[in-house]
Design a protein around this ligand. Structure first.
Ligand code: PMP
Length: 436
């Protein structure tokens, strides 16, 4: 007889493991907008998994592409070797990316994309003989994954405090969350563009000649869905350009249609020098990330002897054939079904619906952009937040939302129907009233 499954054997990330083991939430299958749990209940996926399944689950075209890829070329070495799907996927991603972001360095996650982008930024300056530019600037409440680079430029105290000093030579911009001026904003908040000027102060303090790059999320997702204030990103862009500092956008959440455009860079009309992506690039089907770099950045690495390795960096699974196949089929699906346009069309409906929660008990702020929204609740004096309790109860009512601190967030697949948006918001309304 098989030994009974020991829940201790698996250590879940970012999870209260003992609390989870006492009442596990188990998913066994997924199709379209729904998960099925181990009790046979249908769960409406209001989160696109973890902000990644933008076309909905188990799309036959993507499934078939993955099946074909694994049966044809299950693996190809990523160093000094190529395969057609890798070049095809890179071309497709580059074509979608704005401006002169034309070169794609593949990896396997958003964290790897963040660390790759930071390493490329540091190396870029050295390639140009500017070796003093070693400082990296992140932002409070920023999330760029869990690698040492991403964690260091990230601005979440809870993610950092167990790990000591992290990378030196890092500074942080102030976050842009300003409920006193911007509570219940719809889309980008009106106030706060001037917060970008903190970069001028950092430049004045350390001197531009020491600063390699600035990394921000155009909309901070993990720390509560905080769209950049109007004008803020352009101001960062201008300051970076004026001082020769590379601007990196982390578009791991905002990429591939979430905001109703291919990328936040396109929606907001500000093009960075490097953009990191992951999640929606394969519809969540196969792990993949990428750092997409501008012609200028790329060209700096193509100057030396052609026989020399231009970037000593990469992963065994960079441009894995199965991930590339999934990415191509995913981008085809997004394009053929006009899903980014669909997100833009549905966004005002979602905005109206979620702002209807204003006035319910404990609701202190509501934020939204494209097909992502958040409801912030008053903190309470208890080991678990109200938001956690809403998340847990919602799951048992058949709706998967996310919680982060005191904020409930949702970001449904872009195939979501209005009736499903209604159901998500009605479930939240009921539970926000119910949770003490
Ligand atoms: N950057 C951002 C903005 C993210 O939201 C995330 C993941 N939520 C990451 C990076 C890290 O991605 P991954 O978990 O794939 O490493």
């Amino acid at each position: 007889m098989d030994a009974p499954t020991n829940l201790d054997a698996l250590w879940l990330p970012f999870t209260a493991n003992r609390q989870f083991r006492a009442a596990p939430r188990m998913l066994v299958s997924a199709k379209g907008m729904y998960y099925t749990d181990d009790q046979g209940h249908q769960v409406l996926d209001a989160c696109a998994g973890l902000w990644c399944v933008n076309a909905g689950h188990a799309r036959p075209r993507i499934v078939e592409a993955v099946q074909k890829a694994v049966a044809t070329l299950d693996f190809a070495p990523s160093f000094q070797m190529g395969h057609p799907l890798a070049f095809e996927a890179a071309n497709r991603v580059a074509r979608l990316a704005p401006g002169n972001l034309n070169h794609v360095f593949f990896c396997n996650s958003g964290s790897e994309a963040g660390d790759s982008a930071l390493k490329i930024a540091l190396a870029y300056h050295r390639q140009r003989g500017d070796a003093a530019r070693t400082k990296l600037i992140g932002r409070e409440r920023g999330y760029h994954g869990v690698g040492f680079g991403g964690m260091s430029v990230g601005g979440i105290a809870g993610n950092r405090k167990l790990y000591g000093n992290l990378l030196g030579n890092v500074d942080h911009l102030p976050h842009t969350h300003d409920p006193a001026r911007n509570a219940f904003s719809r889309g980008q908040p009106e106030h706060g563009a001037e917060l970008a000027d903190a970069l001028e102060r950092i430049v004045a303090l350390h001197d531009a000649s020491t600063i390699a790059a600035v990394i921000v999320e155009p909309l901070a997702g993990s720390t509560g869905v905080l769209p950049a204030p109007k004008g803020y990103l352009q101001r960062l862009r201008d300051i970076c350009t004026a001082h020769g500092i590379l601007l990196i956008f982390d578009e791991v959440i905002t990429g591939f249609g979430r905001l109703g455009a291919s990328f936040a860079a396109e929606k907001y009309g500000v093009v960075p020098d490097i953009m990191t992506v992951a999640k929606g690039i394969t519809n969540g089907t196969v792990p993949m990330g990428a750092a997409i770099v501008s012609d200028t950045v790329f060209d700096a690495f193509m100057q030396g002897p052609p026989e020399a390795i231009d970037l000593p960096h990469g992963y065994t699974y960079s441009a894995h054939p199965i991930a590339c196949a999934a990415a191509i089929a995913t981008l085809d699906t997004y394009a053929d079904e006009h899903l980014f346009e669909r997100a833009a069309i549905l966004a005002p409906y979602l905005e109206e619906a979620v702002h209807g929660l204003r006035g319910l008990p404990h609701v202190t702020d509501i934020r939204n952009e494209g097909l992502v929204a958040a409801v912030e609740l008053e903190p309470r004096n208890a080991p678990t937040s109200r938001a956690y309790e809403v998340f847990d109860r919602a799951f048992h009512k058949g709706v998967l939302v996310r919680y982060t601190g005191d904020t409930i967030a949702f970001s449904p697949p872009l195939i979501v129907e209005k009736a499903e948006i209604d159901r998500i918001v009605e479930t939240l309304a009921e539970l926000i009233r119910e949770v003490p």
